[in-house]
Design a protein. Structure first.
Length: 364
């Protein structure tokens, strides 16, 4: 094809070293690394996805969306419905294109150069990049020996430079939930002008009766925002839909920095239908939890030190053996997420994936 100028086709060859100046901290950021894609006839257990396909009703709702029209920007119907479920007003609910978009918005809203954001480490791999992009500095507080949040150390890490704390419960990728009582103690120690983001992406999979549940804490603190997603338990990862519940004034700041119109009409319709079929979807979650129990028991029987698993994934703390173990799983047709030097995360997938995972684990 000829270029518009009528000359030869343009090419980007030789432009690898473009002189355009970037923010140095952005140029230094590693690109977001997705989990490996599936292997043929294997199991993709690398992205904490839901193994169940969408309900017919959801497929139909998505097909009904008018894709030639822009979506209703703020999703009023879905916000009202979620508000009704959680006993808040629609203005106390904010939708995002996945909860990762919401995390980004809140951090952009509170950070300025020199701001610090405290979170546990290791935790969700997107946190460091989101903090940097927002112009903040990460303060990573090591997990305990049981791979749990150390909330006392996190509270102690808060300084007058801290603008936000992220608490991930259950923690991705290690699995344990934060306890309800320890979270309340933690909240009483964090100054009320520091935003606390309670990231509950996997809360529907929790079976620990002592775990924190953000929905019971709504209205308790003026600086607490709960983040949830339709990606995991609700099986809508590909449609990108998450929501935040918290004080209106904080949500307004996130709305102000949001990329307009990024929550699609399809996502909004699918979310509405999913909420109407909660019983069915939560039965699937129960199925996944049962599979989780079988996998955790099997791995522990093999001698692995698996931390408490409350999400739709399990953690194998393999340290330096991680990269080699990743290859063994891959050779067995099981795609997992490796964090070299630290451990492997295995998502809970199809029931029949368990025997393949255990076979690979036995081969390690
Ligand atoms: C802890 C945690 N928070 C948030 C997200 C973002 O999920 P989404 O953007 O699909 O809602 C993930 C996804 O893996 C996650 O693990």
């Amino acid at each position: 094809m000829r270029g518009r100028s009528g000359g030869a086709a343009n090419t980007l060859e030789g432009m690898a070293d473009s002189p355009v100046r970037m923010r140095p901290e952005i140029a230094a950021l590693p690109a977001y690394k997705q989990g490996r894609q599936a292997v043929a006839d294997g199991y993709k257990l690398s992205s904490n996805e839901n193994p169940f396909g969408p309900l017919v009703e959801i497929v139909e709702a998505v097909a009904r969306a008018e894709v030639n029209r822009y979506p209703d920007a703020t999703g009023p119907a879905l916000r009202a419905k979620l508000g009704g479920r959680f006993g808040v007003t629609a203005q106390q609910v904010h939708l995002g294109a996945g909860s990762v978009a919401l995390l980004s918005q809140f951090l952009l809203a509170v950070c300025e150069p020199g701001s610090e954001v405290v979170y546990a480490w290791r935790s969700f791999e997107a946190y460091p990049g989101l903090v940097t992009v927002a112009g903040g500095t990460s303060v990573q507080v090591p997990l305990t020996a049981e791979a749990r949040h150390d909330l006392d150390a996190m509270a102690a890490a808060v300084t007058d430079r801290t603008r936000a704390v992220i608490v991930c419960s259950p923690n991705n990728p290690t699995g344990p939930s934060v306890g309800a009582a320890e979270f309340e103690r933690f909240m009483s120690r964090v100054p009320s002008d520091v935003l606390v983001l309670l990231d509950e992406a996997y809360v529907e999979f929790v079976r620990d009766a002592d775990a924190v549940d953000g929905s019971r804490l709504i209205g308790r603190w003026p600086n607490l925002v709960m983040l949830r997603t339709f990606s995991k338990a609700w099986g809508l990862a590909g449609l990108r839909l998450g929501y935040a519940i918290g004080p209106e004034h904080i949500l307004d700041a996130a709305r102000a920095v949001a990329v307009p119109l990024s929550v699609t009409g399809q996502a909004q319709l699918a979310g509405l239908v999913a909420l109407d079929h909660e019983d069915l979807l939560l039965a699937r979650v129960a199925d996944i939890v049962e599979t989780r129990t079988r996998l955790v028991d099997g791995l522990r029987d093999l001698g692995f030190a698996v931390p408490d698993a409350q999400g739709n994934f399990v953690w194998l703390p393999l340290g330096e053996r991680t990269a080699a173990a990743d290859d063994v799983f891959h050779d067995h047709g099981v795609v997992v997420r490796a964090f070299p030097g630290d451990g492997l995360r295995i998502s809970i997938g199809e029931r029949e994936s368990v025997e393949h995972v255990l076979k690979a684990a036995a081969a390690l």
